[in-house]
Design a protein around this ligand. Structure first.
Ligand code: C2E
Ligand code: MG
Ligand code: MG
Length: 460
């Protein structure tokens, strides 16, 4: 069993999971509809209403998933089915001399569903649902308790119903176990494939330009790409969390660093590229490894690159295990000339006191803020405040994810120093990046206009 079922970026469910959930909701809907029609035909209105409740709940869950609100759908389903099952056991499914209670057999399946969610997103809420389901299961298995207002299901109906319900509850349990097995084996397959990928050269670095106020390329960010022989391109948002979870990040991060330094070493001899900085993403658990700073310094020395051209991008999660050791490591690397940028600024802890302590030279404003900047006045004032704060701390401010001219103009007006985004160029293989830089250089030299328009790799 895995420690965490990492979902795709932002903990998005896989297509298979969404499909399974929709399938389960639909089956429940059809099953309850069958009972509803039956109870309505014999005019047992309380039971018909109970089935109507299930139909509505199944429908709500199905709609939520269709609207991409998978996590909400799961939470609503868990709570609703737990409450419904407990109420049904108390009011309708009261054991008789001839027949046992069976509806409580659905409770372990609800606990399993909550456990599955707990593995995806750890939260005390899921633990509460698990505890509530299991305690209710123990209670209903051990007692024939029924309140005085109970409306027990007639024995002739129970006669068939107990077989149907206990079969369905067992099927749900098996389905839950199978779903957990599929998700976890999918991940272990991914982690095995990642190990092979490093050995078989399936990983590659792509380079995305970073430009200054005059749209001159001043650097690039190295972004990892993985082309799986069968699955094709797998996004870093999907495989990096898995790599972190299964301890592969030192191996992959080490490869990225070497590849970045090897690239910088080749740029040294090209006048168009020799002045560019190269930013490399470093994940928190890679940075917090013992000896990380030595391994960086050794790699820089091995390839003979100017440390001032290397920039390490950290996110605020790096300080999770205390700020002092992080600052000490950063200072060692800064003393050698290596710069730091704080990536995805605003999406993490964003504590100003940490920000002041961390010796970073650049703030990278997350693209979600850039996107919101032109969508609402509050989005615009938020980004202005972030930029102002960066400027007051005397940091260079880079806006990520610029896709359009209005976004660029707005962030230019806010006072940002540097820009990155599809508007200036997508991440591309090194040879394409090289050509792009050379083309832009020629355009700038030949053009009388100060700021050339972005070309081939730019899409904005
Ligand atoms: P990041 O470091 O914030 O990188 C920026 C991401 O935004 C990249 O996604 C880039 O392709 C994307 N991007 C850039 N401009 C735009 C734009 O205008 N619009 C949109 N929609 N997206 C834009 P990518 O390459 O998928 O990487 C995702 C994340 O994976 C990175 O976010 C970084 O956190 C991580 N990552 C990528 N490569 C590495 C690596 O070598 N090591 C580590 N530790 N993490 C990496
Ligand atoms: Mg980055
Ligand atoms: Mg970023």
């Amino acid at each position: 069993m895995p420690t965490t079922l990492q979902a795709t970026p932002g903990n998005k469910p896989s297509q298979r999971l969404r499909f399974a959930y929709k399938g389960a909701s639909l089956s429940l809907l059809i099953f309850s509809l069958g009972w509803f029609v039956y109870f309505a035909s014999i005019q047992n209105w309380p039971l018909a209403c109970a089935d109507l409740c299930i139909i509505v709940l199944g429908g709500i869950g199905w709609l939520l998933v269709r609207r991409n609100q998978f996590d909400v759908a799961l939470m609503v389903s868990e709570v609703a089915f737990l409450a419904f099952t407990v109420a049904f056991c108390l009011v309708f499914d009261v054991p008789s001399e001839a027949h046992p209670r069976v509806s409580h057999l659905f409770l372990p399946a609800i606990a399993l569903m909550a456990y599955f969610n707990y593995l995806r997103t750890r939260s005390p809420f899921q633990l509460l649902v698990i505890a509530g389901s299991l305690l209710s299961f123990i209670f209903f298995s051990s007692t024939k308790f029924a309140p005085s207002f109970a409306l027990s299901i007639p024995d002739d109906i129970r006669h068939v119903g107990i077989w149907i319900n206990s079969t369905l509850a067992t099927a749900m349990l098996c389905g839950g176990v199978y779903a957990i097995h599929r998700e976890s084996s999918g991940q272990s397959q991914l982690s095995r494939a990642l190990r092979t990928a490093v050995r078989n050269d399936e990983l590659e670095l792509h380079f995305q330009p970073q430009v200054d106020h005059a749209q001159k390329i001043v650097g690039a960010e190295a972004l990892l790409r993985w082309t799986h022989p069968r699955r094709g391109n797998i996004s870093p948002g999907e495989f990096i969390p898995v790599a972190e979870e299964c301890g592969l990040m030192p191996l992959i991060g080490g490869w990225v660093l070497k590849e970045a330094c090897r690239t910088l070493a080749t740029w040294k001899h090209d006048p168009a590229l020799s002045e560019l900085t190269l930013a490399v993403n470093v994940s928190a658990n890679q940075f917090n490894l013992e000896g990380f700073e030595q391994s960086v310094l050794e790699t820089v020395a091995l390839y003979g690159v100017d440390p001032g051209k290397l920039k390490l991008e950290l996110t605020e999660t790096v300080i999770i295990s205390g700020v002092e050791p992080v600052v000490a490591k950063m200072n060692t690397l800064r003393a050698a000339g290596i710069e730091f940028a704080l990536d995805d600024f605003g999406t993490g802890y964003s504590s100003l006191s940490y920000l002041r302590q961390l010796p970073v030279s650049q703030l990278k404003i997350d693209r979600s803020f850039v996107k919101e900047s032109l969508e609402s006045p509050s989005g615009a004032s938020l980004i202005r405040s972030i930029v102002r704060m960066g400027l007051e701390l005397e940091l260079s401010v880079l806006a990520e994810g610029i896709e359009t001219v209005p976004q660029h103009l707005f962030l230019l007006d806010c006072g940002c120093h540097e820009f990155q985004g599809y508007h200036f160029g997508r991440p591309v293989p090194e040879h394409v990046f090289r050509t792009e830089v050379a083309t832009r250089m020629r355009t700038t030299q030949n053009s009388s206009r100060p700021a050339p328009e972005p070309r081939s790799v730019a899409t904005g």
